[in-house]
Design a protein around this ligand. Sequence first.
Ligand SMILES: C[S@@+](CC[C@H](N)C(=O)[O-])C[C@H]1O[C@@H](n2cnc3c(N)ncnc32)[C@H](O)[C@@H]1O
Length: 295
Amino acid sequence: MNLLEPKQEFEALLNYLKGHLNCDLTLYKRPSLERRFQHRMQELEISNYTDYLEYLTNHPQEGVHLLNTVLINFSGFFRDRDSWNYLASVIIPQIIAFKQPGEQIKVWSAGCASGQEVYTLAILFVEILGIEQYIERVQIFATDRDKDALLEAQRGSYNELAIADLDGRILSKYFEKKFDNLEQRYVIDSKLRRKIIFGRHDLTLNAPMSKIDLLVCRNVLIYLDCETIAAVLVRFHFALNHNAFLFLGSAESLTKSENIFRTISIKHRIFAKVGNLTLEQYLLIKPTARRKKKV
Ligand SMILES: C[S@@+](CC[C@H](N)C(=O)[O-])C[C@H]1O[C@@H](n2cnc3c(N)ncnc32)[C@H](O)[C@@H]1O
C-alpha cells in the first residue's frame, strides 16, 4: 500500500537517484522535472512515482535511460541565430579589442551538450581572427555534467538533421563529409577541435574555471531553481575576467545577480561582469558549497 503523497513520492525518487545513481536533481525545478518523469512513466504504463522507483531498482538499465531523457541534451548550431550574429559583430570584436596583440583569449561553453554550441563558437572565432590567430590565441573549454553528451561533443560528428540549418559555405569550410555505417556524417575540422578542451563539470557542484573572457551557458540554467541559479551566477562572476561577457539562453535571465552583472543586450541575453562579490557570495564559489537553509 502506498501511504505517501505524490510530492513525497517524487522527493523519495529524487533522493534515490541522488544516493544510488550519483545524480542530484534535487536542485532542479519540480514542474518541468515531474513532466519529464511522467512522460517516461506513461511509456512504461506506470501510474505513480513509488511504482516507478520500484521499477528503477529492479531494472538497472532504466537509470541510464532516465538520465538521457530527463537531462535533455538538445542542442543546435547557431541556435538563436540573431544572438550569435550579435555576438560575432559586437561582442567578440570587443573582446579582441580589450586584448593586447597576441594575448590569449579564453572561452567557456558550460553545458555544451553534444557540442554544437562549442563548435559554433570555434567557427565564429576562426571567421573573425583567421585560422592561424585562432590556433595561436584561442583556448576553449567545453564542459557538461553528462558523460555521453560530452563523448558525442568530442567526436564532433553530426548527421544530416543536425547540420540542416547550417549555411552551405560554413558547412563546406569547417566540416568533412564521411560515411559511417552507411550513414552520411559531417565531421568538424580537427584544427578547430584541437583548441577545445572537453571535461566533465557540474555547475552546481564543481569549482568554476578562471580568467574566462566569454562564458556561454545557454539553456542550462532554465532547469535550475532560483536559489541555485543565483549561486551558479556567483561562480560565473568569479570565472570571468574584467571586461568579460556572459551569454545566456533566450529564456534565461539574471536571477538575484543584477549587482554583479550589467546588461549589454537583454534581447540577446548578453551581460558583462561588474562589481565585486560580497563575502557571503564568495563562499558560494567553493566546490560543493551549498547554502544551509535558515532554521
Ligand atoms: C538543453 S542542453 C543545452 C545545450 C547547449 N548549451 C545549447 O544551448 O544548445 C542542456 C545541457 O545542460 C547540461 N546540464 C544540465 N545541468 C547541468 C549542470 N548542473 N552542470 C553542467 N551541465 C548541466 C545537460 O547535460 C545538457 O547537456
